[in-house]
Design a protein around this ligand. Structure first.
Ligand SMILES: Cc1cc2nc3c(=O)[nH]c(=O)nc-3n(C[C@H](O)[C@H](O)[C@H](O)COP(=O)(O)OP(=O)(O)OC[C@H]3O[C@@H](n4cnc5c(N)ncnc54)[C@H](O)[C@@H]3O)c2cc1C
Length: 300
């Protein structure tokens, strides 16, 4: 790891590198121990070079966006984290098509679309992640999902070649894309929207925001819906029907407001969340014979 960082800094002396960086500062759950190094690249050249060096040296890497779908171990992790939110947040409009970097926040992109008078991205305004993270998970809400608007993605593939993937090649499905099971990195994406009335776009964004605030525990640290939606129901409803709203292990709690969310009510550890997850899975399985799968990415 030291050699990789040294080599990287010799080519990009101004690059931002942090050592023993606590992941709790980079996750919406506010959980996660120190990682050996974090690089916050400002350009594609920096990103490609650090990934190339890491791959050549067999260093474990994790590319993150805004850390809003992550549960990270409290233990020190011998890995290199690359965070995209600083240098990859550009967006350009070409008619109804937006071309945006992977690190742009969805909220910012939605406001950009509004200012261009483009409709179709309102659903993403309240999702607190980046475009890259949302493409990986085919993020969605209130009937919208990335699949409906992302027409192509540009990626740094595992063999370190940049490729473009059009439409169906992205293999979008429920909380899934071609990136879910690969080590390819989303660099940017093309989003195709439609002309719309800015007043209506704004009203819809406000309405969805209000619905979110009314139903979700947005004032407490969490990683959003903890479990994927199982076939034939909603995880939150099943958890609620098991009487688990408010159930807690240490600082981790099944939200009293929305049983699909696990919240950190203060000082929750990685183990607290895992124990709570296991108990919820057992209870739901016992009652419904359905094994809930976490939607949150677990890093240990
Ligand atoms: C309060 C709250 C509400 C939420 N509501 C919703 C919702 O309505 N709908 C929804 O779908 N999600 C929701 N989420 C979950 C989360 O915001 C989304 O999954 C979001 O898309 C994750 O983006 P991120 O940038 O935070 O990704 P991260 O959490 O940083 O990363 C998630 C995964 O994507 C990978 N990744 C990130 N960027 C890249 C990249 N450029 N290339 C390759 N891999 C990458 C990471 O390695 C990791 O595996 C919510 C979360 C919270 C906290």
């Amino acid at each position: 790891m030291e050699l990789v960082i040294k080599e990287f800094l010799s080519r990009f002396p101004e690059a931002e590198v942090r050592y023993d960086e606590p992941m709790a500062n980079h996750t919406s759950f506010r959980i996660g121990g120190p990682v050996k190094a974090m690089v916050i690249p400002r350009s594609e050249d920096e990103l490609i070079y650090i990934l190339t060096l890491a791959k050549e040296s067999g260093v474990r890497t994790l590319v993150i966006g805004n850390g809003t779908n992550l549960l990270v171990s409290d233990k020190p992790l011998n890995m290199l984290v690359i965070k995209t939110t600083e240098g990859f947040d550009t967006v350009l409009a070409d008619g109804c098509v937006l071309r945006a970097g992977c690190g742009i926040l969805l909220a910012r992109l939605a406001v950009f679309a509004l200012n261009q008078g483009l409709t179709g991205f309102e659903f993403a305004h309240g999702i607190p992640g980046t475009l890259g993270g949302a493409v990986v998970m085919n993020g969605g809400a209130y009937g919208g999902e990335m699949k409906q608007v992302v027409t192509s993605t540009r990626a740094l593939c595992e063999d370190l070649v940049i490729r473009e993937f059009k439409g169906g090649e992205n293999d979008f499905g429920y909380r899934h894309s071609r990136y879910s099971d690969s080590k390819d990195i989303v660099l940017s994406a093309e989003i195709c929207l439609a002309p719309g009335d800015p007043a209506e776009i704004k009203a819809l964004m406000e309405d969805l925001g209000a619905r979110r605030r009314n139903s979700q525990p947005l004032t407490m640290p969490s990683a959003g819906s903890f479990f994927k939606r199982p076939a034939g129901g909603y995880a939150g409803t099943m958890i609620d029907q098991c009487g688990l709203k408010g159930y807690s292990v240490g600082g981790a709690q099944v939200s009293e407001k929305h049983a699909g969310f696990v919240v950190n009510r203060g000082g929750a550890t990685f183990e607290d969340v895992l124990h709570l997850m296991g108990h919820v899975q057992d209870e739901v399985y016992h009652k419904f014979r359905i094994m809930l799968e976490p939607e949150v990415r677990i890093i240990k």
